[in-house]
Design a protein around this ligand. Structure first.
Ligand code: FAD
Ligand code: SF4
Length: 397
């Protein structure tokens, strides 16, 4: 007689039940499965263990004395890239979807965990295990909302699948890495994106309504390297709003508490990370964390134009000034915000320095959030690398 693994005796939580991480829950999906059995160890918001999981995944944790590793995590290569023929409708040029499709087409994996949207709502996430290129393509473009990607993990084990690719953001991948050995897989590949300032569906509505002139027609948006939010509308038009013109007083409560307490912006535990913020405007930014990540990237290099990463400017003064401004919810008049946007785009940080600007601004904000709202968690929840980054700045009480 075969005995059940312990997690199979556990029961997924009902959608309406309060999650173990309480208000910090990022709805990663783990608790929608019997892997909830491991939640106390696996949840990114209950048990922060990035250094241990870095060692498990990449054979070593990041080297704090190397400033690129301190910021961007363990890696063996970094570059700027874009698809020679972009995937229509992708968030950027579709490198993520293209890698996933190649892995499936070549039989390297049998399925891909990714997230489509529901028929009724283009921003309502619907995680799936894709088994065809069409299903992967239908998951392209960001769902800028908390997404329970791991909710499909039970189906993976039940399907008997042995080789799997998971696409996901940091909190999902932290929990995934913690239960990886329980999934019964022979091979797990992880393709990550950076992630920051995510929201629940209601928060997204508020963000769109306070920021865009036409919230109902927004198809996707991105906080870009030119210090503007770019909204793409149904008719193909683009609307830009300078960061400094955002109504921070109204938007303060929009971001999910999980995202206000997250320090894994760069998805430290993925094999390969595809974002944009360390690359010049219009390009994507690729971080190869380990050999498996390199193998994944090799599958598509003939479809990419690539270039080196660069770094220009000095972010520190801009970050220091942004800390009290955000804290007090200061909003500039639109003319001043536009002017500031133009000036900072000309002389401001570029390439990796822009990525550091974004990391510093978010880590200092999040550090203050945890300190004020969950002081008992501050020491254990903030990873050592993030403490070192935050220490560079003077924070208000
Ligand atoms: P596509 O080919 O369009 O594929 C996108 C993939 O993302 C799909 O496979 C889909 O399954 C997955 N996905 C979509 N929404 C979610 C979600 N909510 N949770 C998990 N997976 C999802 N990059 C930066 O450099 N800096 C940032 O600040 C940043 N913020 C981000 C915030 C969010 C909420 C998300 C989801 C991504 C963010 N990214 C950020 C990554 C970036 O926007 C692009 O997703 C990335 O560069 C890939 O682009 P692509 O065209 O190759 O992706
Ligand atoms: Fe569960 Fe994930 Fe929420 Fe943590 S973040 S409580 S693991 S659903």
């Amino acid at each position: 007689m075969t005995s059940l693994s312990p997690h199979k005796k556990a029961k997924a939580l009902k959608p309406s039940s309060r999650r173990p991480a309480k208000e910090l829950c990022s709805e990663c999906g783990l608790c929608d499965t019997y892997y909830i059995h491991y939640v106390k160890e696996a949840c990114a918001f209950i048990n922060q263990q990035i250094d241990k999981l870095e060692e498990q995944t990449h054979t070593r944790s990041r080297n704090f004395d190397n400033s690129d590793e301190l910021y961007f995590g363990v890696h063996q290569d970094m570059m700027a890239a874009r698809k020679k023929q972009p995937v229509p409708g992708a968030q950027w040029t579709g490198i993520v979807s293209t890698i996933a499709i190649e892995m499936l087409n070549r039989g390297i994996v049998e399925g891909v965990v990714c997230v489509q949207n529901t028929k009724e709502d283009r921003f309502q996430p619907m995680p799936i295990i894709a088994r065809t290129p069409e299903e992967i393509l239908a998951a392209r473009v960001n769902k800028p909302t908390l997404s329970p990607n791991l909710s499909v993990l039970e189906q993976v084990e039940k399907s008997g699948m042995k080789r799997l690719l998971v696409i996901g953001v940091g909190c999902q991948i932290q929990a995934l890495r913690a239960v990886e050995k329980q999934l019964g897989l022979e091979k797990l590949y992880v393709l990550g994106t950076p992630c920051v300032d995510n929201v629940n569906r209601a928060g997204l509505q508020k963000f769109l309504e306070t920021t865009s002139k036409s919230p109902d027609t927004v198809v996707h948006y991105e906080f870009m390297q030119d210090f503007r939010v770019h909204f793409k509308h149904e008719d193909g038009s683009t609307e830009t709003v300078p960061f400094f013109g955002l109504k921070t007083n109204k938007l303060k409560d929009v971001f999910a508490p999980s995202c206000m307490s997250c320090f894994d912006y760069v998805n430290s535990l993925a094999d390969l990370v595809v974002g944009y913020m360390g690359a010049p405007f219009g390009w994507q930014w690729i971080v190869v964390r380990n050999e498996q990540g390199q193998q994944m990237l090799d599958l598509v290099t003939d479809q990419l134009e690539t270039g080196p990463v660069m770094s220009k400017g000095d972010r520190t003064a801009a970050v220091q000034q942004s800390i009290p401004a955000y804290d007090k919810g200061v909003t500039l008049p639109m003319w001043a915000a536009k002017l500031m946007g133009v000036v900072i785009e000309k002389i401001g940080p570029k390439g990796l320095e822009y990525a550091r600007f974004s990391i510093d601004s978010h880590f200092t904000r999040n550090y203050l959030y945890v300190k004020r709202n969950h002081p008992e968690k501050l020491d254990s929840h903030v990873p050592e690398f993030a403490k070192r980054i935050v220490e560079q700045y003077k924070l208000p009480e």
